[in-house]
Design a protein around this ligand. Structure first.
Ligand code: ATP
Ligand code: MG
Length: 392
């Protein structure tokens, strides 16, 4: 909120499920309540191209009185064909999208920003999942970066940069469930993001996480002593808000089922193995696999998965010898193994799976590490076995 008040554009980065979307929605709500700003929230997860993105942004202005008539007039020729005031959001989006094509998207987009400039209040424009759109533009359905695709990604980022610089009445916040920087970096487009000042949201520290658990326990009238909260945080190692809440939910449910009012260490361990790592917990964690697939495409995803499994079966640690092993194993005439693996590690580090440490990389979250081992560890052949003559 301070950044918005200072008039800056922000690139919010954080691990998956840290609460980026919820926190930005809440910040926008508060900035609107004080009457200072006009918030716009555009989710670009389903946008396949710049035309879809412009249509989504235009659609979101429809809830901003004062702004919408100006935006609408930019689409006037097109929208004359019928009353639009009664349309629902998705119908409106379809209608606006029909007026945008490859030849006019910049012009349509510029018109939205010109309308924003004339608006009485500064506008905060949140672009959720922008990195997914850029990744899609860059790699296409077959996950290959071609000069044309690179140009398409460059064109959209350049346009965003230009409008961000030219229109003083807007403050943009961009973020998403995959990293923007590693994606741009792959295409040599990092400079396109330099109008956004990075803001990193870290996982909760143990004190905050413990306070959240305490508040939840008080709320539900159960006893959750300090040692138990500590044990829960220790189990997860990395306190991602959603995981903390999930752990509490399962524990609470377990206590209700057994009629217990006081928790034991055994309960915590049981709930962790049975629920957090069980079928139900895994459904939430599958989100992590899904996002990796979106970021990398099927074939690179398999390599990233091997790196993570290699770490998981080795007590959460991916050592430098194994990394070297992967670099040589995946080296082909078309692809340099070193570059491929380093890019991948950079992405896994950026997105909070692994962190760099002496001699290699370590899993950040114990929960994700345990889950990864359970899910993928059986029958896994460590790289050393695959490259050594005896394992060949
Ligand atoms: N600070 C918080 N306090 C309470 N709950 C939170 C907090 N942050 C996140 N949550 C909860 O965690 C879950 C995930 O949040 P959210 O979807 O906003 O995360 P995200 O970072 O946008 O995830 P993704 O990386 O998948 O896009 C939600 O259920 C949300 O209510
Ligand atoms: Mg999100």
């Amino acid at each position: 909120m301070e950044r918005v008040r200072e008039g800056r554009h922000t690139l919010l980065t954080a691990q998956r499920r840290m609460g980026k979307t919820s926190l930005i929605r809440e910040a926008l709500r508060r900035l609107k309540c004080t009457g200072e700003f006009e918030p716009l929230f555009a989710d670009l997860e389903d946008a396949r191209d710049p035309m879809d993105a412009i249509a989504e942004i235009a659609t979101q202005t429809s809830s901003a009185q004062g702004l919408w008539p100006r935006v609408k007039s930019g689409f006037a020729n097109f929208l004359q064909q019928g009353p639009i005031e009664e349309l629902g959001i998705s119908e409106l989006r379809v209608k606006l999208r029909a007026g945008i094509d490859r030849g006019n998207w910049k012009q349509r987009g510029d018109a939205i920003f010109a309308a924003i400039d004339k608006h009485e209040k500064p506008v905060v424009l949140a672009l959720d999942e922008l990195p997914i759109l850029i990744n899609r533009l860059l790699k296409g359905p077959d996950y290959r970066i071609t000069p044309e695709r690179k140009q398409a990604a460059d064109e959209f980022m350049s346009w965003l940069r230009r409008v961000g610089q030219a229109h003083r009445n807007v403050r943009m916040i961009v973020f998403g469930s995959i990293g923007l920087e590693p994606t741009l970096r792959l295409a040599g487009l990092s400079a396109q993001a330099n109008i956004f000042s990075p803001f990193e949201l870290h996982p909760w520290d143990k004190v905050t996480a413990s306070q959240c658990l305490e508040a939840l326990a008080n709320n539900y009238g159960i006893e959750l002593p300090h040692w138990a909260r500590e044990a829960m945080c220790r189990r997860l190692r990395c306190c991602i808000p959603q995981h903390i809440q999930q752990f509490f939910d399962y524990l609470h449910e377990d206590m209700r089922r057994t009629g217990q009012r006081e928790v034991t260490l055994e309960d915590i361990e049981r709930v962790y193995s049975k629920d957090m790592l069980g079928i139900r917990g895994r459904i939430d964690l599958e989100h992590y696999e899904g996002r990796l697939k979106i970021a990398l495409g099927n074939s690179d995803y398999r390599i990233a998965m091997e790196l993570l499994t290699e770490a998981a079966v080795n007590n959460g640690f991916l050592n430098n010898e194994s990394i070297e092993g992967y670099m040589s194993y995946y080296h082909t005439p078309e692809r340099q193994g070193r570059v491929l693996i380093l890019d991948m590690l950079r992405m896994l580090e950026h997105d909070g799976y692994l962190s760099k440490t002496t001699g290699g990389y370590r899993f950040v979250s114990r929960l994700i590490e345990d889950w990864w081992r359970e899910q993928n560890g059986d029958h896994f052949r460590p790289i050393a076995d695959r490259i050594s003559p005896s394992g060949a």
